[in-house]
Design a protein around this ligand. Structure first.
Ligand code: CAA
Length: 261
């Protein structure tokens, strides 16, 4: 995989994507968003044995300091709305991805950066991480989903305060309000912890992992009946070879060997 603004690493199907614009605190410009869209929309299909994806930022100062503000100047209402829609669609690909996607937040996660972390299935932050939605400082509102995902994750009242004040919060507060899963000392420790969790998930039935993501996401999708998605996917999984193997392995007191079928 060849990208201009993303670094790509494949460790036996565990992928790390590093947003690589440290000179701009990894701000998401058009190139970054297009490359994320290309990876999660298409390029992943060529990865054999894909298990998981980590998204992080280059360097120790920032995960992503937001959308690239320097690209805003020329935008009229229609172009601004299209930029927001493309970002929303891209983050939706991440949220609905069939293997777990983990954000490793190393430093600032602001605006579109905090939104990117929220679109991932789980979040681990280094102790220097800072989160915030500073859009109102720019006379703007969030464009990549924070008005929806922040209330989902931390509740309406806290979300409203963060969105309206543009306050930045540190990793310990982000953990206490449920915005992130874990805090690690530094970026390397955060990457190690992410890898441990993702490798554990990779020992589970791949179909069950994909369907769990789908069923949990259905809770937040008003066009879907989440309980219906759950019982349908339960039926799908119970008839799968993975479930037959998992149940047999339990009875035979051995580790299951899943094939994802
Ligand atoms: N877009 C473009 N460039 C950015 C950027 C951004 N979001 N954030 C930082 N940079 C650039 C700076 O312009 C600077 O570049 P130069 O060296 O060329 O001047 C470089 O990164 C380093 O940044 P600072 O000198 O500002 O670093 P600092 O340590 O003094 O401050 C900061 C760090 C508090 C994160 C500050 O950079 C900042 O406030 N950044 C903007 C944060 C922001 O408002 N994000 C929201 C963007 S809007 C959005 O994301 C909308 C949406 O929902 C889609």
């Amino acid at each position: 995989m060849n990208y201009d603004a993303l670094l790509y690493e494949n460790n036996e199907g565990h992928i790390t994507l590093t947003i690589n614009r440290p000179q701009a605190l990894n701000a998401i410009n058009k190139t970054v968003m297009t490359e994320l869209n290309t990876f999660f929309g298409n390029d992943f299909k060529s990865i054999e044995g894909l298990n998981s994806v980590i998204i992080t930022g280059a360097g120790d100062k920032a995960f992503v300091a937001g959308a690239d503000i320097k690209e805003f100047a020329s935008l009229d209402a229609a172009a601004g709305s299209a930029l927001s829609k493309y970002g929303q669609d891209t983050y939706m690909l991440i949220e609905n991805f069939h293997v777990p996607v983990m954000a490793v937040v190393n430093g600032f996660a602001l605006g579109g950066g905090c939104e990117l972390a929220m679109a991932c299935h789980m979040r681990i932050a280094s102790s220097n991480a800072k989160f915030g939605q500073p859009e109102v400082n720019l006379g703007l509102i969030p464009g990549y989903g924070a008005s929806q995902r922040l209330p989902q994750l931390i509740g309406k009242s806290r979300a409203m305060e963060l969105l309206l004040t543009a306050d930045m919060i540190k990793a310990d507060e982000a953990k206490s309000i449920g915005l992130i899963n874990h805090i690690a000392e530094d970026k390397n420790d955060a990457l190690d912890l992410a890898s441990t969790i993702l490798k554990k998930i990779a020992t589970k039935g791949p179909l069950a992992v994909a369907k769990t993501i789908q069923a949990v996401n259905a809770y937040y999708d008003e066009s879907k009946d989440g309980y219906k998605v759950e019982h349908e996917e339960f039926g799908f999984c119970i008839a799968s070879e993975d479930c037959k193997e998992g149940s047999l392995a339990f009875v035979e007191k051995r580790r299951a060997v899943f094939t994802g079928k």
